[in-house]
Design a protein around this ligand. Structure first.
Ligand code: AMP
Length: 171
């Protein structure tokens, strides 16, 4: 199944969650078993073979990242909003397209020498993914690349990323 077919399943939702934001709703892909499987394979193809952990960003990154991690039989590390992880964490703050927030990771989830790929559904202003990169690197993990389903090019998120990245669909 082509990326063009997968792309047309994504729904634009104007003014969600705030006026002026066009939300990219990927749930129709997830509801379509064949499309979700094909997307998992397209994402996995962009992951370098020496990866040992996928670092998935809350919350839609969890869905895509866990599917890819299972497909590749590598580990999954979840990066969450503050206060959600039960044990000792590291935190990084970042700016969002709509508001500001922080991300946390369990401090023992990543180790020196891990080779990771950061994964999320949408690259918008880039603040979220850049914070995830910083969390990985503070622990000593090597960010091989980041992989996004969609990049909103006008928001220039690519300028905030330090490491290589791939976006399957650019709008
Ligand atoms: P940013 O930090 O601005 O790159 O925002 C990326 C994060 O916010 C990702 O986790 C996305 O899921 C979410 N996000 C930002 N903008 C949108 C959008 N227009 N549609 C869907 N998700 C978005």
């Amino acid at each position: 199944m082509t990326l063009e077919y997968i792309h047309q399943l994504i729904r634009d939702v104007p003014d969600f969650p705030k006026p002026g934001i066009v939300f990219k709703d990927i749930t129709p892909i997830l509801e379509h078993g064949e499309a979700f499987g094909a997307l998992t394979r397209h994402l996995a193809e962009r992951v370098p073979t020496n990866v040992n952990k996928i670092v998935a960003i809350e919350s839609r990154g969890f869905i895509l990242g866990s599917a890819v991690a299972q497909h590749l039989r590598c580990g999954l590390v979840i990066v969450r909003k503050p206060g959600k992880l039960p044990r000792a964490t590291l935190r990084e703050s970042y700016d969002l397209e709509y508001g500001s927030d922080a991300l946390e990771v369990h401090e023992d989830a990543l180790r020196l020498g891990d080779r990771v790929v950061v994964m999320d559904d949408v690259l918008a202003t880039g603040g979220t993914a850049a914070a995830a990169e910083r969390l990985c690197e503070r622990i000593g993990a090597q960010v091989l690349t980041s992989v996004f389903l969609m990049e909103i090019e006008a928001l220039c998120g690519r300028e905030k990323l330090k490491n290589p990245f791939v976006s399957l669909i650019r709008v």
